[in-house]
Write a protein that binds this ligand. Structure first.
Ligand code: SF4
Ligand code: SF4
Length: 78
């Protein structure tokens, strides 16, 4: 039996909480469940998204593509 070594990529996101309007699109889109809603609201009165599980992030960038406010930056390790 052969084993396929599939290395999963590591990623990191940075959410600009002041740009975020708490629409949750990124949360619904993230296949890893890495993002949650924060309990503290931002200066606009929205509960923004928070990067809760960085260890699960693959840097796939789906969250950033979904964000209508362009509030998410994605970094990926090669
Ligand atoms: S880059 Fe991908 S895995 Fe990481 S938080 Fe965004 S959607 Fe989730
Ligand atoms: S998609 Fe963008 S605006 Fe919506 S909750 Fe996520 S970071 Fe905030």
């Amino acid at each position: 039996m052969t084993k396929t070594a599939k290395k999963e990529m590591k990623g990191k996101i940075v959410i600009n909480r002041e740009l975020c309007k708490g629409c949750k699109y990124c949360i619904m889109a993230c296949p890893k469940g890495s993002i949650v809603i924060d309990r503290k609201f931002n200066s606009m009165g929205y509960f923004p998204a928070r990067f809760e599980h960085p260890e699960k992030c693959t840097g796939c960038a789906i969250c950033a593509q979904m964000c209508p406010e362009i509030a998410i930056e994605v970094w990926r390790e090669d």
